[in-house]
Design a protein around this ligand. Structure first.
Ligand code: GMT
Length: 375
């Protein structure tokens, strides 16, 4: 198939899923055309089946707000026409689904029919999409898509709850490339971070408020009273300065390292004993899946799609949002006994294998074929 993929080319979950999906489809012999405003973060190698079409937005003094959506729609029209694409797969409803709708109408004037599939990732529905400013457009563009997928059952349910949707939504879970995300022997690195055999806890995110990164620091302060441990904070964003200050206020700064944005997250996960994800909202929790694939158990909140991934009492534990003490106690319960920790690590990996790319990729391929046939 010739597939167009539209996504945010950033480190964010939806961009990562879209890019990894495109790479896997290209490996399987499909021709994949990325249409984005920048080279996607993980599209850092050459493949004969991968193409990248940049969306350039002209900046005129008249425009306080450059019309990105129009530039994107025009680029989609251009790529679909000249590359003869079979399907357009857009990730994140805003503004990709509405731009795709516009492109589809324009293409019809050339006698070209292009099916559009929209994948909902979470904040496009739960935070941004549900905002009154965007709601009518999001509702319309989901209903106008030829196919709609969601990355968890919970996100599918939320979509029906928040919007008036009259079409079927297919759940296709996020996936993991187990070749990349696997436990790698990095003992020298572990020794450098935890020279006295301390346990290593880790958090990775974009440090937006929804991730509740200050809860991570408070949990760690509580855990480290009981278990000698270190905390690695990976990523960057608006909450980072507050978290750094909180570490100083709580007297744990010497045991916490802020590593900033990292490409090789799997290396850091490989030396970690526990992943902390106390998010306010999480449609799936891709970062937790990446951790589990590297044999790292997860302590998370019980919101959104997290219970569909993290199995309470097996691969880690779940607790209510903001229940810092509850999450810390559960973390201590796992970390205080090495045999128990080893069991949780095995369970985390076994669960991650259920989201193996090799199992999820055919679900997307079959879905593309079905939508192309039906539309
Ligand atoms: O979580 C983020 O901050 C990034 C966000 C995004 O839109 O890229 O992630 C969302 O999509 C990911 C991939 O499907 C999911 O794993 C995340 O759970 C989801 N984030 C939220 O729902 C908050």
């Amino acid at each position: 198939m010739k597939i167009g993929i539209v996504c945010y080319p950033t480190f964010g979950g939806s961009g990562v899923v879209a890019t990894e999906l495109g790479k896997a489809l290209a490996d399987n012999g499909h021709h994949v055309h990325f249409i984005t405003y920048n080279q996607p973060a993980r599209l850092d190698f050459f493949s004969e089946n991968l193409y990248y079409h940049e969306v350039a937005v002209s900046k005129y003094p008249l425009f306080d707000y450059p019309p990105y959506e129009l530039a994107l729609a025009s680029r989609m029209v251009d790529v679909v026409r000249h590359e003869q694409l079979d399907v357009l797969h857009v990730h994140y409803a805003i503004p990709h689904a509405s731009a795709a709708f516009m492109a589809k109408q324009i293409l019809a004037t050339y006698g070209i029919h292009i099916p559009v599939i929209t994948t909902l990732h979470g904040t496009d529905i739960t935070l941004v999409g549900n905002d009154r400013t965007y709601k009518p457009v999001v509702t319309f563009s989901i209903n106008q898509s030829d196919g709609v997928t969601a990355v968890s059952q919970h996100l599918k349910d939320d979509t029906y709850r928040f919007f008036e949707i009259d079409r079927d939504i297919q759940v296709i879970y996020n996936f993991i490339d187990l070749k990349r995300f696997s436990l790698k022997p990095r003992d020298h690195f572990k020794k450098a971070i935890a020279p006295n055999g301390e346990k290593i806890l880790v958090h990775t995110s974009n440090f937006r408020r929804v991730k509740r990164t200050q809860d991570v620091v408070r949990m760690f302060a509580r855990i480290s009273e009981a278990i000698p441990s270190k905390l690695l904070m990976v990523g960057d964003g608006q909450e980072r300065p507050e978290c750094e200050q909180l570490c100083r206020d709580l007297g744990v700064a010497d045991n916490v390292r802020f590593l900033g944005k990292q490409d090789a997250v799997e290396e850091i996960l490989s030396i970690s004993d526990m992943f902390l994800m106390p998010s306010e909202s999480e449609s799936f929790g891709l970062a937790a899946l990446e951790a589990m694939a590297c044999k790292v158990p997860v302590i998370s909140s019980n919101v959104g799609g997290l219970p569909e991934l993290n199995i309470d009492g097996q691969t880690g534990f779940l607790a209510d949002v903001g229940d810092i003490e509850g999450m810390a106690q559960k973390a201590i319960y796992i970390l205080e006994d090495d045999t128990r920790l080893a069991t949780f690590k095995e369970n985390a990996l076994a669960r991650a294998k259920e989201f193996d790319l090799a199992l999820i990729l055919p679900q997307y391929e079959n879905y593309y074929r079905r939508i192309i046939e039906e539309s």
